[in-house]
Each structure stands twice: as structure tokens, then as C-alpha cells.
Design a protein around this ligand. Structure first.
Ligand code: CP
Length: 329
């Protein structure tokens, strides 16, 4: 497998010197990455995408490596795409769901991880309901840890696949207006995207009910508003975020119907965006709450492209982290 020429770096607004490897042993958050490392992952993901078009969708890059997917929260896209990515790279892989493991009997995260480590995996992909769980595991495990979503903290591979998708449609990331609309307060996707899009120079607007705008979010260089019209006006990218009822303690808006009326993305509301706007959503969708079905399934939607790119990005991350046997931090 050969990597394509480096992407048009000037167009991204990132004055990054190309790098060939990641410095960290783990991927815990976007904050672990430099702009040059982000470009390395995106360029590697573009090369990995080609593997998925082959008759035999497999390369030997991770042969002999063992990857454990440890999921303490439900997942469709992230877990499936990590598994497919691992198999396409020829890793030995297995998935452990909390509900069918001894976690259900009260075993802690650290004890679970230590017992899995006793079987000598090379990498652990962790999804956990607690913010900081991946950081904690990285402190007690010798395996490389990949964050597949920790509480309300980060979901770095989601943001990377989002940026890969945006870059395919709009290579000049630095000149883009990106409107992120929805449940900002509970969203790890928001936090990772704000960090990553900010790093790449995009003009990021975040929008939701005032009750769901994280205090101090403007410190991260974004424009925060409760006016969807203002956020969507002239946007190149509109990213909807799921209303995360499972994380809510209390009432943040009167009803789902009211939420859709005020913040839901309808075709009418979307008309304020640029004519070539793309619509994104990390999934799963609450149709008729944060997004209308005709928008989710319409011509501007790249939601399923995001899912496809998830495999390529996760292959890239696994591949690059596995290449650190000598000298990784
Ligand atoms: N986007 C995302 O994380 O989806 P899943 O919860 O289905 O993995």
C-alpha cells in the first residue's frame, strides 16, 4: 500500500511540516495531535479507503497484533467500524460488551482492563460513559489505548472522520463556516470537533438552546448562539448533534416537538446556508427532533459518507499507532 501525495496543505490553512508518525502511544483526544499529525491521519485514511474497494478487502499491516474493543456503552457505527478496520488490517480482534462481561457482576474498569491485559493485547479500543476513562486506563495499562468516546469528553476518531468527509467536499477548510447545532452540553463529538476544526482554521459556530450551551464555550474560539438562523446563514457545513436524553438530568427544553420547531434542521431553515452546503450528523439520528427526514436523506446529506469514512480513519489510526514499537512516547 502506498500513500498518496500529501494533501494540499496550504488550502487547509495549516502550515504543517509533513510527519511520518504519531508521537503518542495512545489516541485519547484531539488534544494529543498536532496539525501535522492530523494531516498524516487524514492522508493515511485516504490511502486506506482504497483497501475497501478491493475484491479481497485485506492488507497484512496488523498481522500478529491483537486488538480488544471494550465497549461499556452502546454503539453501532464506532464499534462496527473499528472491527471492520481491524479485520481489514489483519489484526486478531475481539469485542467485549459490558453487558455480557463480568462488569455486569460489578468488576471495575481497571480490573477488567488488567485482566484483559494479562492476555497480552496490543491495543484496547475503549468506549466508556465516564469522561477521562481512557486517560485513566492509559495510566495503568501497557497496551495502546484508543478513545472510542468517553462520557461527555472526547470522541477523536469521530471528529477525524468528520474532517475527512468535509475535506473531500471542501478542501479549503480554513475558509469554511461550520455550524454545529444541537445538544452541545452533553456532546463529546462537539468537543472533539471544536478542537479539530479550530486547529484547522475553520470558522466554527455552535448553536443550541441556552440551557444546552456549555458555559465558557466561546473560550475555544467559536461563536455561540441560540439563533439557528444566524448559525446556518451562509454556512458551508451544517452538523447536527443528537439530543442525548440518556445523559440528561432534568429538563432542558419543553418537548421534542418544541425542540424541532425551534432548533430542528428543516429544508426551509437550511435554505439560509450556502447552495452547496453539506449536512452532517454523527448518528444515531433522532428523526423529527434535531433533523427532518427529508434533510437527513436529501441531496446535501453526507451522513452515510461519514460512516464509510469511519472505517478508513480507524484503519489509519490503528495502523499509525501500531507502527510505534520502537521509540513511541
Ligand atoms: N457516532 C457514533 O459514535 O455512533 P455510535 O454510538 O453508534 O458508535
Amino acid at each position: 500500500m502506498t500513500l498518496p501525495p500529501a494533501a494540499d496543505r496550504a488550502a487547509t490553512g495549516v502550515p504543517a511540516q509533513p510527519v511520518q508518525r504519531l508521537r503518542s502511544r495512545h489516541l485519547l483526544g484531539v488534544a494529543d495531535l498536532t496539525p501535522a499529525e492530523v494531516l498524516l491521519i487524514l492522508d493515511t485514511a485516504e490511502a486506506m479507503r482504497e483497501v475497501g474497494t478491493r475484491t479481497i478487502k485485506k492488507v497484512p499491516a496488523l498481522r500478529g497484533k491483537t486488538v480488544v474493543n471494550l465497549f461499556f456503552e452502546p454503539s453501532t457505527r464506532t464499534r462496527t467500524s473499528f472491527e471492520i478496520a481491524e479485520k481489514r488490517l489483519s489484526a486478531d480482534t475481539l469485542s467485549v460488551a459490558a453487558s455480557s462481561s463480568s462488569v455486569a457482576k460489578g468488576e471495575t474498569l481497571v480490573d477488567t482492563a488488567r485482566n484483559i491485559e494479562a492476555m497480552a493485547p496490543d491495543m484496547i479500543v475503549l468506549r466508556h460513559q465516564s469522561s477521562g476513562a481512557c486517560q485513566m486506563l492509559a495510566g495503568v495499562c501497557s497496551s495502546r489505548i484508543i478513545n472510542a468516546g468517553d462520557g461527555m469528553h472526547e470522541h477523536p476518531t469521530q471528529a477525524l472522520l468528520d474532517v475527512l468527509t468535509i475535506r473531500e467536499h471542501k478542501p479549503a477548510l480554513a475558509s469554511l463556516k461550520v455550524a454545529i447545532v444541537g445538544d452541545l452540553l452533553h456532546s463529546r463529538v462537539l468537543r472533539s470537533n471544536v478542537a479539530l476544526l479550530g486547529m484547522l482554521g475553520a470558522d466554527v459556530w455552535v448553536c443550541g438552546p441556552t440551557t444546552m450551551i456549555p458555559p465558557g464555550v466561546s473560550r475555544f474560539g467559536v461563536t455561540a448562539t441560540s439563533s439557528v438562523d444566524a448559525a446556518v446563514e451562509g454556512a458551508d457545513v451544517v452538523m447536527l448533534l443528537r439530543i442525548q436524553l440518556e445523559r440528561m438530568r432534568g429538563h432542558f427544553f419543553p418537548s421534542r416537538r418544541e425542540y424541532f420547531r425551534l432548533f430542528g434542521m428543516s429544508a426551509e431553515r437550511l435554505a439560509r446556508a450556502k447552495p452547496d452546503v453539506i449536512i452532517m450528523h454523527p448518528g444515531p439520528l433522532n428523526r423529527g427532533v434535531e433533523i427532518a427526514s427529508d434533510v437527513a436523506d436529501g441531496p446535501y446529506s453526507v451522513i452515510l459518507e461519514q460512516v464509510s469514512n469511519g472505517v478508513a480513519v480507524r484503519m489509519a489510526v490503528l495502523y499509525l499507532l501500531a507502527g510505534l514499537e520502537e521509540g513511541g512516547a
